[in-house]
Design a protein around this ligand. Structure first.
Ligand SMILES: [Zn+2]
Length: 416
């Protein structure tokens, strides 16, 4: 074993310990959940700030609640190389999705602090909301960087009726100032994101690292199925307009359309709210959350058209109304060729195969891509498991990813 390996392994251990520390900051007593603009969001940012500060690095929270760290270049006007991912989670999450990429960045800053100065600011960003767990709108933190934050989002309520704008004020942010979080595209050399694969491809290849070619485009809709509520005992079956039974049929339709697609095409209903929601009441209304993805935007839109057509037929036959409110649209994004080559070369220099693969999951890099060249490094996900408490990562893969990022920063410095 080389000395370098030993050192990187020790750093990988530190990174994984820090993942555990962040995992303990949770809204749930029996699992991990950190949502946007909550006390846990604040505590996670504070923990990051403490780590940055105790390493002698600059740190700040931006206007939308992203937490930053910086190893500054000697020249204040130097460009920035940004490394990041997200700090928020889905309910009952794993400890590594997003978080691992931010903590790899922190360790990178700590490493380069001991090296000769870089010709650019080395920045790390922990995005405040990627998953959209609280308000249903994803990539809030990174879209603010890309100046794509929509003021209408401020009116979106969470499950308890708290609007995003109110939540921001309670958090100590001014909703009127969100645009201050935007990046100046001229100042950014590139954005790199290291992330777990969240799928089974690298493991099946027997490889630890992958280079992302592009990210699937996603659309999300709130689907409202409306019928007529009624007494479950007194309303004959033939006279019913049962919203829940209609929603069940619709979910089946959506699943079949997803199954008919090519590899990478997926359609999912992940949430159903039944109203009024009692054993002895026929449901009058069902609210569904629909998510449709593909690596090809045109193919995804064709799936959506099919879903809406079949929903119309279903609504007619069951005398229901079915409405789609498409509130989220993230087009498919290709990673930047130069960044891909840089990361690929860095992986190869460390003696590992750089496996190219697309990402079916959305990532902050998609949003940042509109203002900076982006690239992503995937680490193998054992069992392909993610968005689940059993999500894991292999420490050797983390050590390798760390070594790759060091190599890539060195290369970037030689070319800057
Ligand atoms: Zn993630």
């Amino acid at each position: 074993m080389r000395m370098r390996d030993v050192k990187h392994r020790a750093i990988a251990e530190t990174i994984l310990d820090r993942c555990d520390t962040l995992a303990a900051i949770s809204e749930l007593p029996d699992g991990i959940l950190r949502q946007y603009l909550t006390d846990e969001h604040r505590r996670a940012n504070q923990q990051m700030a403490d780590w940055f500060a105790s390493a002698g690095l600059q740190t700040w929270q931006d206007a939308v609640g992203n937490q930053w760290g910086r190893l500054p270049a000697a020249d204040e006007d130097a460009p920035r190389l940004i490394i990041g991912s997200h700090l928020d989670t889905v309910p009952y999450a794993g400890a590594y999705d997003g978080i691992l990429g931010v903590l790899l960045g922190l360790s990178l800053l700590e490493y380069f602090r001991e090296q000769p100065a870089l010709p650019f600011h080395l920045d790390v960003v922990g995005f405040a909301d990627e998953e959209g767990s609280r308000f249903g709108t994803t990539l809030i933190g990174s879209q603010a960087l890309a100046d794509q934050f929509q003021p209408a989002w401020l009116d979106i309520p969470d499950r308890n009726g708290v609007r995003m704008g109110e939540a921001m004020q309670q958090f100590g942010l001014d909703p009127a100032l969100v645009r201050e979080a935007r990046l100046d595209p001229e100042s950014v050399l590139a954005y790199w994101e290291a992330h777990i694969e969240q799928g089974p491809v690298l493991e099946a290849q027997g490889l630890s690292l992958g280079i992302v070619t592009g990210i699937a485009g996603a659309k999300r809709a709130r689907v409202q199925v409306r019928g007529q509520a009624g007494h479950a005992g007194t309303t004959p079956m033939r006279l019913r307009r049962d919203a829940l039974a209609g929603a069940a049929d619709l979910i089946g339709v959506i699943e079949r359309i997803g199954q008919q697609g090519v590899s990478g095409d997926v359609a999912t209903v992940g949430d159903v709210a039944v109203r009024p929601g009692a054993a002895n009441v026929i449901s009058g209304q069902c609210d569904l959350q629909l998510d449709v993805r593909s690596l090809d935007d045109a193919r995804r839109d064709a799936m959506i058209e099919k879903i809406e057509q079949q929903a119309e037929t279903l609504a007619r036959s069951r005398r229901l109304s079915i409405e789609f409110d498409w509130y989220h649209h993230a087009p498919a994004v290709l990673c930047d060729d130069t960044v891909r080559e840089r990361l690929t070369r860095a992986v190869e220099l460390t003696g590992t195969i750089a496996f190219p693969l697309p990402s079916g999951a959305g990532h902050d890099a998609m949003a940042v891509a509109s203002v900076a060249p982006v690239g992503m490094l995937f680490m193998r996900s054992p069992g392909g498991i993610s968005h689940h408490p059993d999500e894991s990562v292999i420490d050797e893969d983390v050590a390798r990813a760390f070594e790759v990022l060091i190599e890539a920063v060195h290369q970037q410095a030689q070319r800057s």
